[in-house]
Write a protein that binds this ligand. Structure first.
Ligand code: PSV
Ligand code: MN
Length: 386
């Protein structure tokens, strides 16, 4: 197969961008503001639409509730569609309410659990209004000290709460359950790993699937192995792509470790999971603390596309032959040949053929969009994590 033919398998591949990437974020030390930062979800969607207009790769935007709550979700949906994008996954938020200090879906007090469940029913209403099909749940619950709470009791309460949420979904909806090994709690998290997420999803039903956030593992974890396992179980619902050097750094995906991103994509391609019919939602979950936010998202979606393109170029016949012959170095070399291929020219050709800029980053700089939004978005309160 020619490289062009192999790359034609990129047709239909999309990346979902997060609304919060366009708002201000920071570390616990400082949130730096940027002129032109959106003041509301309408402006966030306008920025997301720019990324799609430049790359042709990101036609959906995930929302975070309540950060993106608006009076008129029909209007927000229409606004997105007018700009050529649509609403993607709806993220719930269990990490910013005083009631949740000791837990939300796992809390020992049934009143707090009911409140956390009700928030998800609210998110399901947002899904109905916006046409979203994915409800994404990251559980920030956990404990800081041994003995603080019953670990087993928390799992039982979590299972009950998740059952209530799952029962509220419409037939075309999915529940995407995300895991994270530490933070905001440090002794235990109630969904710390893919195994726990998978067990809960399997107990719920087929439309409960796991979200793999690439920043949510201990250093050195072999993430592509987890990808393989979740694909084998038919439960890889989505990625939250970002890069990390230390913890949940939320940097641009493919910046810290492009080879890891490639290795993940190799496992995706091996079973055709990059194709839309696989149902795997390739989302970004990033925070652009110091870099331009729109450009940061452009760079990220292009990095994902590049990693996928390289994975599509793996000579699978040669790889299988080397593996079957026990040729350790030969098999490794086949993968490395694909990884070291410069696909940027071929991807630029593909973009040009579709009427898109060859170099989306240069086109963004030349467009004057950053200066335009800085001039227009004066006054009001810039969006952030509230
Ligand atoms: C938690 O760290 C997380 O990865 C979840 O996906 C949240 O919804 C998101 O970050 C908020 O940015
Ligand atoms: Mn995430």
């Amino acid at each position: 197969m020619s490289p062009q033919e192999a790359l034609s398998d990129l047709d239909g591949f999309t990346v979902e961008v997060p609304s919060w990437a366009y708002g201000n974020s920071g570390t616990r030390f400082k949130v730096f503001t940027t002129p032109g930062t959106p003041r509301d979800p309408f402006e966030k969607i306008a920025d997301a639409a720019q990324v799609h207009a430049l790359t042709g790769l990101s036609p959906r935007v995930s929302l975070h509730i309540p950060w993106d709550r608006v009076e008129d979700f029909d209007g927000l949906r229409a606004h997105a569609e007018e700009l050529g994008v649509r609403i993607g996954g709806i993220n719930s938020n269990l990490f910013q309410d005083d009631d949740y200090k000791l837990g939300s879906l796992t809390h020992v007090d049934p009143r707090v659990r009911a409140k956390a469940v009700a928030h998800h029913l609210d998110c399901v209403d947002v899904m109905r209004a916006t046409g979203s099909t994915d409800l994404k749940l990251w559980l920030p619950d956990g404990t800081n000290y041994a003995g603080q709470d019953s670990l087993r009791g928390r799992q039982d309460r979590l299972a009950d709460s998740l059952r209530e949420i799952y029962a509220a979904l419409d037939p075309g909806h999915r529940l995407l359950v995300e895991y994270k090994f530490f933070e905001p709690y440090f002794y235990t998290m109630d969904i710390p790993d893919w195994g726990t997420a998978l067990l809960h999803c399997q107990a719920l039903g087929e439309r409960a699937q796991v979200v793999l956030d690439t920043g949510h593992h201990a250093p050195g974890t072999n993430i592509e192995f987890i990808v393989v396992q979740l694909l084998r179980a038919g439960r890889l619902g989505a990625f939250d792509f970002n890069s990390r050097f230390y913890a949940d750094d939320d940097l641009m995906v493919g910046s810290a470790d492009p080879f890891q991103l490639f290795r993940i994509m190799v496992e995706i391609v091996a079973v055709g999971a990059h194709r839309p019919e696989s149902g795997v939602n390739f989302m970004l979950d990033q925070c652009h603390n110091i870099e331009d936010k729109v450009a940061g998202q452009v760079r990220s979606v292009l990095n994902v596309e590049q990693a996928l393109a390289k994975a599509l170029l793996v000579d699978t016949a040669a790889l299988t032959a080397a593996q079957e012959a026990g040729d350790v170095i030969g098999a490794h070399d086949v993968l490395m040949d694909a990884f070291h291929t410069d696909v940027r020219g071929a991807l630029a050709d593909r973009r040009e053929a579709r009427g898109l800029p060859r170099d989306p980053m240069a086109a963004y700089r030349a467009s004057g969009y950053a200066a335009k939004i800085a001039a227009e978005r004066v006054g009001g309160t810039q969006a952030g994590w509230s």
